[in-house]
Design a protein around this ligand. Structure first.
Ligand SMILES: NC(=O)C1=CN([C@@H]2O[C@H](COP(=O)(O)OP(=O)(O)OC[C@H]3O[C@@H](n4cnc5c(N)ncnc54)[C@H](OP(=O)(O)O)[C@@H]3O)[C@@H](O)[C@H]2O)C=CC1
Ligand SMILES: O=C(O)[C@@H]1CCC=N1
Length: 274
């Protein structure tokens, strides 16, 4: 079994570790480096995995190192891992938003196999979506290894053009937050019209679950599923006309463009960091 070290034990590491363990991966094959003692304790008790304060200790035996720290922390991690990386040259996987393969190569070593990927938090329940791309040092078996790890968290799609990873980030990486924002807005609208909050939450959440499952499980075009809900001159049509008047597609496109731009900026802010 592949020995996998997570550097950073925050939100996304928790989601991925939870997803991996649910698929039967042995806790003994996973280690985590996390500076916060309380977080280490929680990770250890919840998942039964080995947790270390220092990255080099977590990574010592790992064949795959998954970098799950904030983009701004990435250059500092290089110093902590330099000896380990030179000693056994593991596969590096970065999930950091924006951070490019050429930057990772500059910090961690140009000869290293590196996969840049973008998962999302539903990984925790095995319903994640991950886009991946690789540098030219990644062998076919390492590509399969990376995919295997992320497949445990949900679906995976390889992206050939690395520039599109910022779009992946803006669509599926950040996407769960858009969905939660929509549920919050639905709930607020329902409460404003008088529904009890608990009822509003349950109806909004289950509606989103049901619609999401229908979309994925039926494989139908979302436009077809939308039309089936929309009786001529009925309630849905009234709501959709209101969305149309408020230019919903433009609102969404602008939000996705803002997220994509922020990914590019995050990387640019690190361009001069050696
Ligand atoms: N959240 C999300 O939905 C997604 C996030 N990502 C990416 O994943 C990465 C992590 O994000 P997220 O999990 O949300 O962030 P978190 O802040 O929750 O997790 C990062 C963790 O790294 C720890 N850390 C800081 N410095 C070090 C260090 N030197 N060695 C080891 N660990 C360290 C932090 O500890 P402390 O808190 O003590 O500083 C924190 O626990 C980011 O790069 C983000 O772009 C990708 C996809 C989705
Ligand atoms: O907000 C962020 O920057 C990270 C990347 C995608 C989701 N969370």
């Amino acid at each position: 079994m592949t020995r996998l070290a997570f550097i950073g034990g925050g939100n996304m590491a928790r989601s991925l570790i939870g997803g991996l363990l649910k698929t039967g991966v042995a806790p003994a094959t996973i280690s985590v480096a996390e500076p916060l003692a309380q977080a280490r304790q929680l990770l250890g008790s919840e998942f039964g995995i080995a947790c270390y304060a220092e990255s080099r200790l977590a990574a010592a035996e790992a064949e795959v190192i998954l970098l799950a720290v904030k983009p701004q922390i990435m250059p500092a991690i290089q110093l902590e891992l330099r000896d380990t990386l030179q000693r056994h040259r593991p596969l590096l996987i970065s999930i950091a938003a924006g951070v490019r393969l050429d930057q990772l190569e500059r910090w961690f070593g140009s000869g290293l196999p590196i996969v840049r990927c973008m998962p999302n938090t539903p990984a925790l329940i095995g319903a994640g979506a991950t886009g991946l791309c690789a540098n030219n040092r990644v062998s076919p078996s390492q590509k399969a290894q990376a995919q295997h790890i992320l497949d445990a968290a949900g679906i995976t799609r390889w992206v050939d053009d690395e520039a599109l990873m910022d779009t992946v980030t803006a669509v599926s990486g950040s996407g769960p937050a858009y969905f939660f924002a929509l549920v919050e807005a639905l709930e607020a609208a329902a409460v404003a019209q008088g529904l009890p909050r608990a009822t509003a939450r349950a109806l909004a959440a289950q509606t989103c679950l049901g619609a999401g499952r229908m979309l994925v499980e039926s494989g139908e075009d979302p436009a077809v599923l939308r039309q089936r809900v929309t009786s001529p001159h009925g309630t849905t049509q009234a709501a959709l006309e209101s969305f149309h008047a408020d230019e919903l597609p433009r609102i969404v496109a602008r939000a996705v463009a803002a997220a994509t731009r922020r990914g590019v900026e995050l990387a640019a802010e690190l361009d001069n960091v050696s």
